[in-house]
Design a protein around this ligand. Structure first.
Ligand code: MD3
Ligand code: FE
Length: 220
C-alpha cells in the first residue's frame, strides 16, 4: 500500500508520504526538504555573504517588502527600468554566487518526485519575508522556457500562499506553507497567478523571525 494508514479513522488524510496534487502540473511535497533544512540554511548564509539580501524597487517605483538575493548563473532583478534575469549582481557588478550543491540536489530530487525529470535550474531566487512582508498576486513570466517547472522550498516561519487561476480576477485559494515544504509548479499550473499574504509575526528555530523561500527556475 502506498498511502499511510492507521487502520481506518484517518485513512486518506494528507500525510507527508506522497505528493498532494493541487492542480494539473502542481504538487505540494509536504516536508520534502525537512531533513535538508539545516544544510540549506548554512549554504544560504554563505550565498548572502557574497550577494546580500536587498529590497529591490519595482518598475512602478515601489520598494518591495520582501528582501531578495540570487545564486546560480543568472539572477532575477527588478529596478525602475523593469524586470530581467542578469548574470551579474547590480549591487557589486560581480557574478551571482554559484548555486550550492545542496540547493541543486534538492531542486532536482523534488522536480523528479513531481514527475519532471532532468530539471536544470540556472537561477535560485531567494526571498526573505520579515513579519508584515508580502508578495502581491503575480505571474512568473520573465523566463524563456515555460516547459520547465518552478520548484519552491519554504524555510522558517509559515506563510499563507495565495494561489489564483490563470486570470488575475480568479479568487485565490489559501494554502499554508511550512518549514521544509516543497511545491513544484509546471505544466498548466506554470502561469497561474500567485502571491504570499502578509507574514504573521513569530519565531522559528531554523531562521529566527523570518521566512525564506528558495525558488528554482530555468530562466534561459
Ligand atoms: C506558481 N515566491 O519568487 S513560491 C516568486 O513564497 C514567488 O516567495 C513566493 O512567487 C514565495 O516569484 C511563492 C511558490 C511559487 C513560485 C513560483 C510560481 C509558485 C508559483 C510560478 C508559477 C506558479
Ligand atoms: Fe512568483
Amino acid at each position: 500500500m502506498s498511502r499511510k494508514t492507521n487502520g481506518g479513522l484517518f485513512d486518506g488524510l494528507p500525510g507527508e508520504d506522497q505528493p498532494q496534487p493541487l492542480a494539473e502540473g502542481a504538487a505540494h511535497l509536504r516536508g520534502f526538504a525537512s531533513a535538508a533544512t539545516d544544510g540549506l540554511i548554512a549554504a544560504l548564509r554563505r550565498v548572502a555573504e557574497v550577494a546580500s539580501f536587498r529590497h529591490m524597487v519595482t518598475p512602478g517605483g515601489y520598494r518591495m517588502s520582501v528582501a531578495m538575493t540570487n545564486c546560480g548563473p543568472v539572477g532575477w532583478v527588478s529596478d525602475p527600468s523593469g524586470y530581467r534575469y542578469d548574470a551579474s549582481d547590480p549591487e557589486t557588478g560581480q557574478p551571482w554566487p554559484p548555486m550550492p550543491a545542496e540547493f541543486l540536489d534538492l531542486a532536482r530530487q523534488a522536480a523528479a518526485a513531481a514527475g519532471f525529470e532532468k530539471f536544470e535550474p540556472d537561477c535560485c531566487l531567494v526571498n526573505r519575508y520579515e513579519p508584515g512582508a508580502k508578495l502581491s498576486l503575480h505571474q512568473d513570466k520573465d523566463e524563456r522556457d515555460f516547459a520547465a517547472p518552478i520548484v519552491s522550498v519554504s524555510l522558517g516561519l509559515p506563510a499563507v500562499f495565495l494561489w489564483g487561476g490563470l486570470k488575475r480576477s480568479d479568487r485565490p485559494r489559501r494554502i499554508r506553507l511550512e518549514n521544509g515544504d516543497v511545491v513544484v509548479w509546471g505544466g498548466p499550473s506554470r502561469l497561474v497567478y500567485h502571491g504570499i499574504a502578509p507574514l504573521a509575526d513569530g519565531e522559528h528555530p531554523a531562521t529566527g523571525r523570518c521566512r525564506v523561500n528558495l525558488t528554482f527556475r530555468k530562466a534561459r
